[in-house]
Design a protein around this ligand. Sequence first.
Ligand SMILES: Cc1cc2nc3c(=O)[nH]c(=O)nc-3n(C[C@H](O)[C@H](O)[C@H](O)COP(=O)(O)OP(=O)(O)OC[C@H]3O[C@@H](n4cnc5c(N)ncnc54)[C@H](O)[C@@H]3O)c2cc1C
Length: 443
Amino acid sequence: MDQTVSVVGAGLAGSECALQLAMRGVRVRLFEQRPAHPSPAHHTDRFAELVCSNSLKSTKEDSAAGLLKHELDRMGSALLPIARTCSVPAGGALAVDRDAFSTAVTERVTADPLIEVVREEVTSVPEGPCVIAAGPLCSDALFEAVSAAVGGERMSFFDAAAPIVDAESIDRAVVFEQSRYGESGTGDYLNCPMTREEYEAFMDALLSAERVIARDFEQADLFCACQPVEEVARTGRDSLRFGALKPVGLTDPRTGRRPWAAVQLRAETSSRAAYNMVGFQTNLTWPEQRRVFRMVPGLKGAEFLRYGVMHRNSFVDAPHALDRTFAIPGTQVRLAGQITGTEGYVEAIASGLLGALNTYAALTGAPAVILPLTGALGSLAAYATDPATSSYQPMHVNFGLFPPLEEHIRNKAERRAAMVTRARADLDAYLAGRPDLACAGRS
Ligand SMILES: Cc1cc2nc3c(=O)[nH]c(=O)nc-3n(C[C@H](O)[C@H](O)[C@H](O)COP(=O)(O)OP(=O)(O)OC[C@H]3O[C@@H](n4cnc5c(N)ncnc54)[C@H](O)[C@@H]3O)c2cc1C
């Protein structure tokens, strides 16, 4: 193939995308701004650097993250097998030695004769076919250029968010439903009641928990309206009890009394499949969020669909700015990775793979690659590009995005197993009908 595809950003999405295109015989010019222009979160000049945790999440077959890995394997991901060769013991999760992983990816990419690596910052949208995978910390100049290309107002930006919890992982025997001053058993909130002892223990843990190191760009954010919960806690032992955790107007039906403090959970989706921890925007590391926030009564087994974040995060309003293939409509410009608002390491790899498949399909005149909605990646892509998605926020794969089964299965484990079986079968059928997606080029 004569055409060269520009890929901007050699992160997780960009590295996967470049390798996938090269495997199909497409020439790639891969731009990476580091080391000359380091991002606020990256520490090395290597490709596919994991900026925070080293976990690529669950490998369990019945989890959404496990299913995503299966889908990546079925579609021939380049990075996932590398991750496995660099894995470290982590129970049911795939965790990697981050240095070994990024070193291996860098070596693989730089050794590929079809990939030309250009170590410079891209400041405008490249001419010709391209995939922009510049990540949540995309450089300012390029972010502005992309913003202009999708129509300024369509860019979203946030600097603080609270964790989102899977509704099914909340212990209903502990929490109670009630709006402040409302009737118990009804209302918009689930309340996690705390005794004095529980509140004190939670405060101790919160105040000593490890935070993501605040960098210059984050310092500014710390003093804006969205104060991280741990910063509020630092202003006084009772600050939270008189703030986000105030118990006034709440009556715990089990005791008939007002709790000492209460964490409120607000439904994130109309189906109430996910709940937001109200006032819990945070700068704690993800493992610490898991440890400390699971101390909240009712959240002992909480599964976090999204962790709280306190950093600059640039992403486009994909449902309104991009088409179903993550392209800017009417152009050869595609976006991939977290800049599209899909969140998570493995999601970024998957997004890079999908970006490559759709770019290759467009170059060869094949139909667009729209994966079945019943799958982990298909449902995430549909959510991210459905114009009906309102107030778009970064999201990683989760069962809440899957369409319901035709027949409702009450048992959660059985329901998820049925969803996974359906997803696998639908992907098999889709790929069987798309032999052009198999990698016919070099291995
Ligand atoms: C601080 C932080 C912590 C995170 N922690 C986690 C976590 O623990 N677990 C998890 O699953 N997800 C985490 N995420 C979310 C997300 O999974 C990662 O950001 C992931 O790396 C996104 O992959 P990506 O390929 O889209 O972007 P990146 O991996 O960030 O890659 C983008 C690349 O583009 C380059 N670039 C940017 N602008 C330009 C330009 N103009 N020209 C050339 N190159 C450019 C960057 O240098 C970078 O190498 C975190 C995000 C941040 C910001």
